[in-house]
Write a protein that binds this ligand. Structure first.
Ligand code: IPM
Ligand code: MG
Length: 361
């Protein structure tokens, strides 16, 4: 059976890291006898340059017909790039948001896992996490502030702007179910993060989460206010298994959590809908400052490819093979610049990809 994978390398370091991830997928195909067909589509700034918009309808339709999408990153330096002179809805990031919305990718999975070999890159002292740092943020991705009504106006000469945070119970329920399902395969603990001491949307969130939790008696549920969670991620990150939260809180907390692992360059992500279809992308951005230099860390993109195999193609063995290979390469001391430390072997983007491939073989 042939699987259709759409590649959207995007901007900045996107193309360099997706190239390595594709090499890894090709290796998996060869070893395990799968057939992957690829189609490369433009997204973000690259699409603006060619079509005048960050995501075309044709690209959306093609993505919808694929089994999965592997994406790089979008965006550039907002101070210098001409893309940021455009209206907000024409900018690179708008393409990504449209893609998430059009494909109904309501559940965003962002693991933060501290590899043993990278403990010295973790800014938190070991005494604060005792056991291990291995958490999964499940971020609601198609609702909340990102997609609420907003406007900027001038009233009596005063400039004014608003954004709205809305959730209905179905939006909360479907992402909560994903989070509890994931917790069942992990350490069976869900920390639901909200701001229920202030926000109505958070109070509804809490109510629905408790309803969903009734169907998962084995899972321990705990509620945490988002400001407290930001603190606890630093003071006691080992306590977390699955963190479930709304769109904006998840955006912020996932960047914070990523640093626990030493580098955001290590972290993959998956965005899922009700079907097996998924969009997979590194958690990091387009890093325009290091683009084209061959120094970007391709591990997040490669691990995103592993997530693609696991969640969209049900290929657990193949996904494990990639994840084990990454572990072995790190254990052997190879590092890209972002995770470099004393006495380790510095490698380029491409060398890192090749090393991982060799381990898989
Ligand atoms: C992310 C990014 C996006 C987001 C931006 C690029 C719109 O920060 O994927 O976390 O805020 O969702
Ligand atoms: Mg973000």
């Amino acid at each position: 059976m042939e699987y259709k994978i759409v590649l959207m390398p995007g901007d900045g370091i996107g193309p360099e890291i997706i190239k390595e991830a594709k090499k890894v997928l090709d290796t998996i195909a060869k070893i395990y006898g799968h057939e992957f067909s690829y189609e490369e589509l433009l997204l973000g700034g690259k699409s603006i340059d060619v079509y005048g918009e960050p995501l075309t309808d044709v690209a959306i339709e093609k993505a919808k017909k694929a089994d999965a999408v592997l994406m790089g990153a979008v965006g550039a330096d907002a101070k210098t790039s001409p893309w940021y002179k455009l209206d907000p809805e024409k900018r690179p990031e708008a393409g990504l948001l449209k893609l998430r919305k059009e494909l109904k990718l309501f559940a965003n999975l962002r693991p933060a896992y501290l590899h043993n070999a990278l403990k010295e890159s973790c800014p938190i002292k070991e005494q604060f996490y005792q056991t291990e740092i291995n958490l999964m943020i499940v971020r609601e991705l198609t609702g909340g502030l990102y997609f609420g009504e907003r406007n900027t106006t001038v009233e009596s000469g005063i400039r004014k702007a608003f954004d709205t945070l809305t959730y209905d119970e179905n939006e909360i329920r479907r992402v909560a179910k994903k989070a509890f399902d994931i917790a069942m395969k992990r350490k069976k603990k869900v920390t639901s993060v909200d701001k229920a001491n202030v926000l109505d949307s958070s109070r509804l969130w809490r109510t629905i989460i408790e309803e969903v939790a009734m169907a998962y008696p084995e899972v321990t549920l705990e509620h945490m206010l988002v400001d407290n969670c930001a603190m606890q991620l630093i003071s006691n990150p080992g306590q977390f298994d699955v963190i479930l939260t709304e769109n904006m809180f998840g955006d912020i907390l996932s960047d914070e959590a990523s640093m626990l692992t030493g580098s955001i360059g290590m972290l993959p992500s998956a965005s899922l809908n009700e079907t097996s279809f998924g969009l997979y992308e590194p958690s990091h951005g387009s890093a325009p400052d290091i683009a084209g230099k061959g120094i970007a860390n391709p591990v997040a993109a490669i691990l995103s490819a592993a997530m693609l195999l696991r969640y969209s193609l049900s290929m657990d063995t193949e996904a494990n093979a990639i994840e084990n290979a990454v572990n072995e390469v790190l254990n052997a001391g190879y590092r890209t610049l972002d995770i470099m430390s004393e006495n380790k072997i510095r490698v380029s983007t491409e060398e890192m990809g090749d090393l991982i491939i060799k381990k898989i073989q």
